[in-house]
Design a protein around this ligand. Structure first.
Ligand code: ACO
Length: 429
């Protein structure tokens, strides 16, 4: 018997089955042959929240959650954060290799020359109330882009796909900045092609009366590092949404609006916003022990702690902490930092957190930096969505080209009523 197989004995029938093991995985479809009788549907797996199901084969991002490792296309995240720019990393994530000089120049040119939004987008923005959440605006405008670029429906055409990739990577900072300016009642600022990707983003957020906006180099660099850290994170909730929606072969704008909506949730990319709300609620270092007690009694979640995959320190949190120090030198220390450090100190030595393997994740510190840089709390998930666009698109291209993939359509275990006859209104209880 070959050693790379699994033998399963069905104790209901006494029959044995041999299924292949490939990449430490068995195919769920191989279980369907296991039946009690020929009419039987066959065995399925039950895996709510995909705790132990690989939904795809991917070559983009590698995570070893126990060892705290994160790599894009094989490159460790700390090396990329230290040595590359976000645009280089986006290219790497999307195309598999770091760009050479000519490739980077071409990529940068194309991204820089797709940053403008159709003027009608501004009218769409105007329709939102002054206090609309910027993430709602971001999601809506990304979805609306599909109406501006109907050719994007041709998802099987690599040239069409490429065009939408330039557009989406280029336009997300503009959409984000317009949503920010809208909530502040400020006029929109058009992109400046002389500036870097994060520099232009700061320009569209902050420019007032200056003839030429010059981004603060520390903030520009910090934003670039944060963008690198958020570029991709394999099959998380938002990316899974991108793939699930994309599997219907809808255009990438519609799929990405769904992915961004998933990211908005407080258990996902909305967590950085929740961290700041939590720190504000705690209010003072002296209140930290009482808050930790409430978390242990399960009355509260310690936002920014815990991760489905990392059961060790999130490697991105380490890099963010270093970036925070650089930012605070320019902006002054965020008063919330003291509370965050105390929370981290107590949690990391507390038996509850140690035994549950709960460590700070990327969101624990990102919000503190964003706040020090002057971003409002509601804007944090949008700052996450901008760089994640490269990951979503890379995963979408991989999906569209993967012959193993079909429309995503899980099974269910039906536990509802058996067939019964319709009850007329006057006989209902
Ligand atoms: N605070 C307190 N307890 C926690 C926390 C937390 N932040 N996270 C997990 N736990 C506990 C759970 O109560 C559970 O305890 P139990 O076994 O005694 O019942 C145990 O740890 C396992 O937790 P699960 O919820 O089963 O873990 P899961 O992998 O499903 O959840 C998640 C991961 C959603 C990230 C969770 O840790 C959480 O809610 N964290 C807070 C929100 C957050 O920071 N999200 C950002 C994640 S990073 C990102 O998306 C970019």
């Amino acid at each position: 018997m070959p050693s790379n197989t699994l033998t399963i004995t069905d104790n209901r029938t006494g029959k044995s089955y041999e299924v292949p093991v490939e990449n430490e995985t068995i195919r769920a479809q191989d279980l369907r042959q296991i039946k009690v009788n020929p009419q039987d549907f066959g065995l399925m797996t039950y895996d709510p929240a995909f705790m132990n199901t690989a939904s795809c084969k991917s070559t983009i991002t590698y995570i070893d959650g126990d060892a705290g490792i994160l790599r894009y296309r094989g490159y460790p995240i700390d090396q990329l954060a230290e040595k590359a720019t976000y645009l280089e990393v986006a290219y790497l994530v999307l195309y598999g290799e770091l760009p050479n000089k000519a490739q980077l120049a071409d990529w940068t040119y194309n991204v820089t020359h797709h940053t403008f939004l159709h003027e009608s987008t501004k009218h769409l923005m105007e329709a939102f109330r002054y206090d609309a959440h910027p993430m709602s605006m971001f999601i809506s405008v990304v979805a609306a882009l599909s109406s501006f670029y109907p050719e994007a429906k041709q998802v099987k055409d690599p040239d069409v796909r490429q065009k939408q990739i330039y557009r989406l990577i280029a336009k997300v900072p503009t959409i984000a900045a317009f949503s920010y300016r809208h909530t502040r009642g400020l006029p929109y600022v058009y992109p400046d092609n002389d500036l870097s990707y994060p520099g232009n983003f700061l320009n569209m957020l902050d420019k007032m009366t200056q003839a030429k906006y010059e981004p603060d180099p520390v903030k520009e660099h910090a934003l670039d590092v944060l963008f690198i850290l958020h570029a991709d994170h394999e099959q998380n909730c938002g990316t899974n949404a991108m793939r699930a929606i994309g599997s219907s072969m809808v255009d990438p704008y519609s799929a990405m609006a769904g992915a961004a909506a998933a990211l908005y949730g407080p258990l996902h990319g909305g967590a950085n916003e929740e961290v700041l709300k939590m720190l504000t609620e705690i209010g003072h270092v002296k209140n930290v022990p009482a808050f930790i007690d409430r978390v242990k009694k399960k009355e509260k979640l310690l936002m920014g702690f815990g991760h489905r995959v990392y059961k060790n320190y999130d490697p991105r949190a380490k890099i963010i902490k270093k970036t925070a120090d650089e930012v605070f030198k320019v902006t002054g220390v965020n008063p919330m930092l003291e509370i965050a450090l105390e929370l981290e100190r107590i949690a990391l030595q507390d038996d509850y957190f140690v035994s549950h393997k709960l460590y700070p994740n990327v969101d624990f510190y990102s919000g503190i930096i964003y706040q020090a840089m002057g971003f409002p709390v509601e804007f944090f998930p949008v700052l996450f969505a901008i760089p994640r666009t490269s990951g979503w698109l890379a995963q979408w291209v991989e999906l569209v080209n993967d012959p193993d993939q079909k429309i995503a359509r899980p099974r269910q275990i039906y536990l509802g009523a058996d067939q019964r006859d319709f009850v007329p209104m006057d006989q209902r209880k």
